[in-house]
Design a protein around this ligand. Structure first.
Ligand SMILES: NC(=O)C1=CN([C@@H]2O[C@H](COP(=O)(O)OP(=O)(O)OC[C@H]3O[C@@H](n4cnc5c(N)ncnc54)[C@H](O)[C@@H]3O)[C@@H](O)[C@H]2O)C=CC1
Ligand SMILES: O=C(O)[C@H](O)CS(=O)(=O)O
Length: 483
């Protein structure tokens, strides 16, 4: 991997302001999912290294919280500027470890920087309240203060954005943070730590500890030093972390799995709906928590929509994300390939009709053909489980009430999308869909200004927007009496 700034490829953990190996010298090897080649290695840290990181965070956080907000704003803005300045290197690191096309990696770096920029400004809006007292000798105040030391566990699918969406508000609020990145994609997080140090984030305030998820998270969830944990990943692991955090009553932010319905009504702009389905389904090769997982099409427009979708899917180019024109990278690992194959086989066994793709790509490895299946039915695995792969199942429906009921028939509630040009329907359906986020006439809704998060078993809390800062703040009531 040829970087302009070779020092952005860090193969040590960032612990308490120092680049360190694991205490026992153990390492994890990181491979390129497109080629299988070894990219490098990172320390296989555990509980002891995490304890060191938490101790350093606890020592550094008070001074950071006492810094006037404008000081935090200045440093965060400088961090965002450095991310943009090094976008080429950061994108190459990301594509090499995660597989997404370079254009998507560049987009993710800009998206990540937008969270840092957003929270750089929000840092100066941590307002308090003065509440009219009912007693003349008393005054009631409420102030917001940083929760203290926080921890984050981030996924492989957006290795920089999910970190920025957590570290941005944490640092803006005056907190410290210890991060465990996914073992498949540690280099983006380590490069972030390097740029944060260059931007002036004080030593020890932000640590990135690579290695054993269970041992690192075991320390994060059991240590009383950690006052808040933020996690993005599967619902199963989110549930586990919630249990592990109960003994110390931690604040939790959980961005978990999804099963997004994508609904096309008969009054939709079909061409727009096709483009929306393409970006919602095939972005990051279908490996996003807000992907369209089920595509419902009203029967009278089913033939037109399906024909046009298949035509557009045929234009996707599968390959190594560093190669020109590639729009679909590999899946992250063999488990992901197997899950996509399982969902396809199940759908075909239950009456689905294969219209495009359907199997591993001729390139071999973890490359997979973008797939479309028609005649999908609610008894299929793909109707109930998050595929997290390039599979678009098309379900026919007849009425608005029917499709809203079917769309809501899931334990998940992260994102939902629909296309309609009827204003009454748009308001009715947006309000009835059980999801934390609803896209109307768009398949791409994620932005730093908006509250991102789910309901039901898709998680707790919101990231981004002005609400994203609240999770890193405590509200303190001050009663001034005897006046
Ligand atoms: N909401 C989202 O954006 C994401 C959802 N997922 C869902 O999860 C499924 C499985 O993907 P995975 O990579 O296996 O997700 P995962 O939930 O296992 O991994 C996410 C993060 O959790 C960590 N982790 C794993 N086991 C842990 C444990 N016992 N204690 C503490 N941390 C642990 C991982 O190292 C990684 O950093 C996907 O197919 C998808 O359905 C996965 C990634 C992101
Ligand atoms: O975890 C994810 O899949 C991301 O949150 C998706 S997005 O923020 O890039 O839309």
């Amino acid at each position: 991997m040829r970087l302009n700034d070779a020092s952005l490829l860090r193969q040590q953990a960032s612990i308490g302001g120092h680049w360190r190996d694991a205490l026992d010298g153990a390492v994890l090897t990181v491979h390129n999912p497109a080629t299988g080649d070894r990219i490098g290695s990172v320390p296989a840290c555990g509980a002891l290294e995490t304890k060191d990181a938490l101790a350093a965070a606890q020592a550094a956080q008070p001074a950071w919280a006492e810094l006037p907000a404008k000081g935090r704003t200045f440093i965060l803005r400088r961090l965002a500027a450095l991310m943009h300045e090094h976008i080429d290197d950061l994108a190459l690191l990301m594509t090499s470890e995660q597989g997404k096309p370079l254009a998507e990696s560049r987009g993710e770096i800009a998206y990540s920087a937008s969270f840092i920029e957003w929270f750089a400004d929000e840092a100066r809006r941590v307002y308090g309240e003065t509440i009219p007292s009912t007693q003349v000798d008393r005054r009631i105040h409420a102030i917001r203060q940083p929760v203290g030391v926080t921890a984050a566990i981030t996924p492989w699918n957006f290795p920089m954005a999910m970190l920025a969406r957590k570290a941005g508000p944490a640092l803006a609020a005056g907190c410290a943070m210890v991060v465990k990145p996914a073992s498949q994609t540690p280099f983006s997080a380590l490069a972030f730590a390097e740029l944060a140090a260059r931007a002036g984030v004080p030593s020890g305030l932000l640590s990135v500890v690579t290695g054993s998820a269970t041992r690192i998270a075991g320390e994060m969830t059991s240590s009383p030093i950690v006052r808040k944990l933020s996690f993005t990943g599967s619902t199963d692991i989110g549930r586990l972390l919630m249990r592990q955090s109960a003994d110390t009553i931690k604040k939790l932010s959980l961005e978990l799995g999804g099963n997004a319905p994508f609904i096309v009504f008969d009054d939709a702009d079909i061409d727009a709906a096709v483009e929306g389905a393409m970006v919602s389904k095939y972005r990051n090769t279908g490996q996003t928590c807000v992907c369209a997982n089920r595509i419902y099409v009203q029967r009278s427009v089913l033939e037109e929509f399906t024909r046009k979708l298949v035509e557009r899917v045929g234009q996707l180019k599968v390959g190594d994300g560093t190669h020109d024109g590639v729009t679909q990278g590999p899946l992250i690992d063999d488990k992901a390939v197997a899950k996509t194959e399982e969902h396809i086989a199940d759908a075909l066994a239950k009456g689905g009709t294969l219209l495009a793709g359907g199997k591993r790509h001729a390139l071999g490895g973890r490359f997979f053909e973008p797939t479309v299946i028609d005649n999908a039915s609610d008894d299929m695995l793909v109707a109930r489980e998050e595929t997290f792969g390039p599979l678009a199942p098309i379900f026919a429906f007849d009425t608005e009430d029917e499709v809203v009921s079917r769309a809501n028939d899931t334990e998940f509630g992260l994102a939902a999308y629909f296309y309609s040009r009827d204003l009454g329907r748009a308001l009715r359906v947006a309000e009835r869909l059980e999801a934390g986020m609803v896209g109307v006439n768009t398949g791409l809704i994620s932005t730093a200004e908006a509250p991102f998060g789910g309901i039901k078993q898709s998680g707790l809390g919101r990231e981004g927007s002005r609400h994203g800062l609240d999770d890193y703040l405590e509200l303190k009531y001050i009663c001034l009496a005897g006046l």
